[in-house]
Design a protein around this ligand. Structure first.
Ligand code: KG4
Length: 271
């Protein structure tokens, strides 16, 4: 996650602090990057990550059987099919609308989508494993709801940062990284939020968002330059299966209970 957050500095002269949204198959988090190994965690995933949700929805829709999708990841397949879909044909509730924090939850949304898939299967008289005729519309609605949830949490994080002077007054920036960040619809929705709030938006190119080798190597360069966490030969190494990213202030964010103004999300599907 640290590597995800820093990759953008390989390509842009971006100074600390900046806000990062990291969205992948295993993570979903919002943090203020204050230094190479200094982060404030504003919000994190409470259940599954957005990429995981999209992968599971794609699997439940049997998208690997779709001629255009057989070589794509679940998230890529959903993005591709959504381009020709009508997102308004299905309505899914944006998660955690009444919880004024920056945490993420996608399991309930997946459940809503699965229920709709089952209903459509019954209507079309087919079982699990058959491609539904409304697959494009379902993909568009699912993608839009994931994007809306990410946008709401990010909007609140920006307002929290502004209220607490956590970002520079000059050119405050949101960095979006991780496999899900390569989704052009999600980027577009986030661009509406950053434009609304006066932040710059930076997304490392899709190829870099998914290249863990490059990202971790760059993380090493950043740490080497700062002399942080550099091990000498023969020094003992302690592995941690799970390591938190920075200081968790998500409870503080929730206590601030920031309400969001309504932002109009008018986006074309086929961007
Ligand atoms: O960061 P990443 O490469 O790796 C790990 O999470 O380990 O992210 C992979 C995730 C997968 O869940 C994949 O479905 C999702 O990113 N993903 C996308 C897109 N491309 C990859 N999700 C939405 N839209 C995409 N275009």
């Amino acid at each position: 996650m640290e590597a995800h957050a820093l990759t953008v500095r390989m390509l842009h002269p971006l100074f600390f602090p900046f806000l990062v949204l990291l969205v992948s198959g295993g993570h979903s988090l919002l943090a203020v990057a204050q230094g190479v190994d200094d982060f404030l965690l504003l919000g994190h995933a409470l259940d599954e990550a957005p990429g995981d949700t999209l992968d599971k929805v794609a699997r439940r829709l049997s998208l690997s059987k779709h001629p255009q999708c057989c070589t794509l990841s679940g998230g890529q397949a959903i993005e591709l099919l959504a381009k020709d879909g009508d997102r308004k044909r299905f309505y899914f509730t944006t998660p955690m609308g009444k919880t004024p924090d920056c945490c993420f939850s996608f399991a309930g949304l997946r459940n809503q989508i699965t229920m709709t898939i089952k209903k459509k299967e019954a209507e079309e008289g087919v079982g699990e494993g058959t491609l539904l005729s409304c697959v494009n519309d379902l993909a568009a609605a699912a993608q839009h709801t994931v994007a809306s949830h990410l946008a709401e949490r990010t909007h609140r994080a920006i307002l929290f940062c502004k209220a607490n002077s956590l970002l520079p007054a000059d050119n405050p920036t949101l960095v979006v990284s991780g496999g899900v960040a390569s989704n052009r619809y999600i980027r577009k929705v986030l661009a509406i939020i950053t434009e609304w709030t006066g932040l710059s938006l930076l997304c490392p190119p899709g190829k870099l968002c998914t290249d863990n080798g490059v990202m971790v190597a760059w993380n090493g360069v950043e740490r080497l330059r700062e002399g942080r966490g550099i091990l000498l030969p023969n020094q003992d190494v302690r592995y941690e299966p799970k390591a938190p990213l920075g200081v968790d202030i998500s409870a503080e964010v929730r206590a601030a209970a920031i309400r969001l103004p309504r932002v109009r999300m008018k986006i074309q599907n086929n961007i």
